[in-house]
Design a protein around this ligand. Sequence first.
Ligand code: PLP
Length: 443
Amino acid sequence: MSTPTASQVFHRDLTHPAPAVSHASGVHVWDVEGNRYLDASSGGNIVISVGYGVQEIIDAMTEQARRVSFCGQFTSEPQEQLARELADFAPDGMDYVRFTSGGSEANETAIKLARHYFVESGKPSKHKIVGRWRSYHGNTLGALSATGHVMRRVGYAPMLLPFAHAAPPYRYRCTFCARSDACTLSCADDVERVILNEGPEHVAAFIAEPVVGAAAMGMLPPEGYFERVREICDRYDVLLIVDEVLSGMGRTGRNFAIEHFGVVPDLITCGKGISSGYSPLGAVIARNEIYDAVARGSGMFEHGFTYGGNPLSCAVGLAVLRHIQKHDLVSRAGEVGAYLLAEVESAIGDHPLVGEISGLGMLTGIEIVADRATKEPFPYERGVSKRIARACQERGVLINPSFSGNADGYRGDRFGICPPYIFEREHVDRTVAALAAAVDEVA
Ligand code: PLP
């Protein structure tokens, strides 16, 4: 007989039951007790892009559900149209899209497509994927193998694929530049070191988040990082996959975050904000050469998931993308996001426990340290960022707690403030006031 519990859902955290949500509208969420929260976390998982309860998206969903929700034998107009409009939204030369149900599936798809591309190109030995430490690409075992988030990997180690990892571009704790005055871009060169170690003839792709999410919220690469990485990938005929599941679809103030860094990748993976949480959806956008190699070769990419490209989710994705463009929400995410970063800096930038504040657009990360001079983190067990998030929640504001871990076991407290793109300055002010009070209280 099973142990009776209040909930029979096998939740992730059995020790801290989450409150149940009742409903949501705009940038606010209500729990079943009637408490209202300002959502500066985009649904906790950084999913909500256009806000809750947008009527035209609900109408598009309802209309599509009436027509047809699923038909695996056929393509559908919403799928075809979303692919066209997403290709227009993506960098030039990336015109082909494969849909999935979320981010992990998108990264699995990108990994397999990279490998398949080299099979079609007559280089079948190129099969390995290189990732980075302090990254997160998903919880399925392939995506987790590319992930460099130690806490999320550690319990599954024997089942993970033997993917190698390069150093992260973690300026705040850079081990390379600690010994030099200026950034040497050694973290980018580390990608080359790993490719050479693995043997370029075995490496199919390098995968990275342009702005890091769960594994080091808001971590930005140093100037020139992605240009150097692009050169390295080209030198060794390695595809560059950018994981924009969290940073894409306008969140950083550009359509895709990689556009801030002036390079065009070979594959972009999307999720989260692509459907703003109205329905599960993810996508892989491929450079034309990759599509052409498959079209000229076997004509088959033997891979897929049952719900990938279903008409209902694609109708949602189309309505969300059109809503983002119609209301110029990408620019708004950039502008209000810059205000958010500046306000967080002015409120807590000098706080003795604040180590680093960094981010772009509606993706801001804050690292809390026990000692600002030595950058010594609090012991993991203190759960400082979770406690700060709880203290914000008690003040009616939701933020994104996220614990991080790296290769040598370091566990820092880094959390995010990642609101929906429709946040206004007044919402930022309320968020920052709650945050400043929460940091003081927990410190
Ligand atoms: N990639 C990144 C950068 C993410 O932040 C996440 C989720 O947090 C994923 C992939 C996995 O996406 P999903 O949880 O939709 O499978």
